[in-house]
Design a protein around this ligand. Structure first.
Ligand SMILES: O=P(O)(O)O[C@@H]1[C@@H](OP(=O)(O)O)[C@H](OP(=O)(O)O)[C@H](O)[C@H](OP(=O)(O)O)[C@H]1OP(=O)(O)O
Ligand SMILES: Nc1ncnc2c1ncn2[C@@H]1O[C@H](COP(=O)(O)OP(=O)(O)OP(=O)(O)O)[C@@H](O)[C@H]1O
Ligand SMILES: [Zn+2]
Length: 454
């Protein structure tokens, strides 16, 4: 970690985007090493005490949970732990081909303070209200910018898509209560849409169906891409030569119910620069997903969540050695009996259930970036896969990478359980009311999400 970024370097880093936990910056300076890279810096919820980098990277129970992954439990800071998690856990699950392990660089407090000031005007207001740069961090994560190809010949273009696929299967766990049986036939994504709409996080319900995207059928994948394009929310973005031209900056909210003038212009620009008509472009994306099989391992990793949160939550209480708050509030002796089996599991079995659950949670929340560029002279010599697009009679090469493979905190289990209940209850009530909104659930999910970034 030889590199140190100081206050005077901040001007070279420009805002690229952000999620709930990190702000991502692109490099615009003259260092050849940094060109084509992005810097991912951590945030902390507004008003919370800032994290002290290097201290309490993993909680006592997390150390127990990840004890077999030595590099992870010995990590000296959060950044290093995240990098080790990618390298020693997620890379094995998803295959190293689609993973960028990245590296970390030292950053001064002044660099972070200066970056925070510089990016302020580009950040969505609701992200500013929720969290700020964690200026107490002394390192940040440096990775390749996967929305561009390094060394793209002058005059050529590069177009990239970012997809946040979310959970691609329906759970079938025997521990899902009869009252929640709807989970076995309606995707979590769809049910969550109703709650998000009610909470003002989205402006309309997306018709995107993750089961289509993960189906392995070319037609269904195309259908999924089309619906993502129609309602991108925080699940779909397009970058042209590294700049976002379609989809929301900062993720989450999508305030516009109709496509903005800027976005329409952006799509026209895309067509002008690349010669690709919109259906052809969406077909290209679908073809890359289909022929690469890139989502196969992601789905298998998501399916490590075998018991569903309704089963895994009991194993969580075994690990933290506290009375199970779910069983405590249950009046149904039949259910109590069923869950007592989970509470009789030995510690190592409970630990495995939780490890698998959290790995699956990462796989349900990560994003996929696929970038394309036309092939010079018609054939790819670079080692990238290529696709021939009949509709435009063009050859493209592409690369695919997963981003945001962060480890989920064990402490989030109670939140996962509560959010799951809330989503299902709200969805069923919305349906009972013929789709009209139900006022019985009012507590903001966003507020609760934020507290887990501490
Ligand atoms: O719980 P979910 O499914 O809403 O996922 C959260 C995401 O919401 P969304 O994709 O919009 O539904 C959420 O995304 P947004 O903030 O809504 O853009 C985060 O990705 C969050 O992860 P983390 O807290 O940053 O580690 C995600 O939390 P995890 O569940 O992955 O821990
Ligand atoms: N390696 C990369 N190359 C190009 N763009 C990137 C890269 N990593 C992140 N980004 C951009 O920055 C945005 C935010 O990054 P990221 O998803 O890692 O943040 P996060 O806070 O961890 O998200 P979440 O809300 O899912 O927790 C992404 O949506 C993407 O547009
Ligand atoms: Zn229990």
């Amino acid at each position: 970690m030889a590199m140190l970024l100081r206050a005077e370097d901040a001007k070279d880093w420009i805002y690229k985007g952000e999620g709930a936990a990190n702000i991502v910056l692109s490099y615009r300076g003259s260092s050849l090493f940094l060109l084509g890279k992005v810097l991912r810096i951590q945030k902390v919820p507004k008003g919370s005490t800032k994290s002290v980098n290097g201290c309490a990277v993993l909680s006592r129970h997390e150390k127990l949970l990840w004890g077999d992954v030595e590099e992870l439990v010995e990590s000296k800071s959060k950044d290093i732990a995240q990098q080790n998690y990618i390298k020693h856990v997620m890379s094995h699950m998803l295959g190293p081909k689609y993973i960028d392990e990245g590296t970390y660089v030292t950053v001064s407090r002044e660099f972070l303070e200066s970056v925070e000031k510089n990016v302020h005007d580009q950040r969505p207001a609701w992200r500013i209200n929720a969290a700020e740069v964690d200026t107490s961090c002394d390192s940040a994560f440096l990775i390749s910018d996967h929305s561009v190809f390094t060394g793209t010949p002058r005059g050529d273009f590069c177009v990239a898509v970012e997809i946040k696929p979310k959970c691609g299967f329906l759970p079938s766990s025997e521990f899902i209560t009869k009252a929640n049986a709807i989970k076995k036939s309606v995707t979590r994504f769809r049910m969550h849409q109703f709650l998000k709409l009610h909470q003002g996080e989205i402006s309309n319900i997306s018709e995107y169906n993750p089961l289509d995207l993960f189906s392995g059928s070319k037609d269904r994948i195309y259908q999924a891409i089309t619906t993502l394009f129609a309602t991108p929310q925080n699940n779909f973005r397009i970058f042209l030569n590294g700049s976002l031209i379609f989809g929301g900056l900062g993720g989450g909210m999508d305030s516009a119910a109709v496509r903005s003038h800027e976005e329409n212009t952006a799509i026209k620009d895309l067509i002008k620069v690349s010669g690709l008509q919109l259906p052809g472009f969406l077909e290209l994306v679908a073809e890359a997903i289909f022929s690469s099989g890139v989502l196969d391992k992601l789905l298998a990793t998501q399916k490590l969540d075998v018991l569903d949160i309704e089963g895994a939550i009991h194993a969580y209480y075994n690990i933290i050695s506290q009375p199970c708050m779910v069983c405590k509030n249950l009046g149904d002796p039949e259910l109590l009996d069923q869950y007592s089996l989970l509470h009789s599991f030995p510690l190592d079995k409970s630990l495995k259930i939780l490890r698998d659950y959290l790995i699956a949670a990462t796989a349900k929340d990560c994003s996929l970036m696929i970038s394309f560029r036309p092939v010079q002279g018609g054939s790819a010599a670079s080692g990238y896969n290529s696709i021939f697009l009949e509709s435009s009679n063009q050859n493209f090469e592409y690369k695919a990478y997963f981003i945001d493979l962060d480890m989920k905190p064990l402490e989030k289990m109670v939140h996962y359980y509560e959010l799951d209940q809330k989503i299902v209850i709200f969805y069923m009530k919305s349906k009972d009311l013929g789709g009209s909104l139900c006022d019985s659930i009012t507590q903001g999910t966003k507020d609760r999400k934020i507290q887990y970034h501490q």
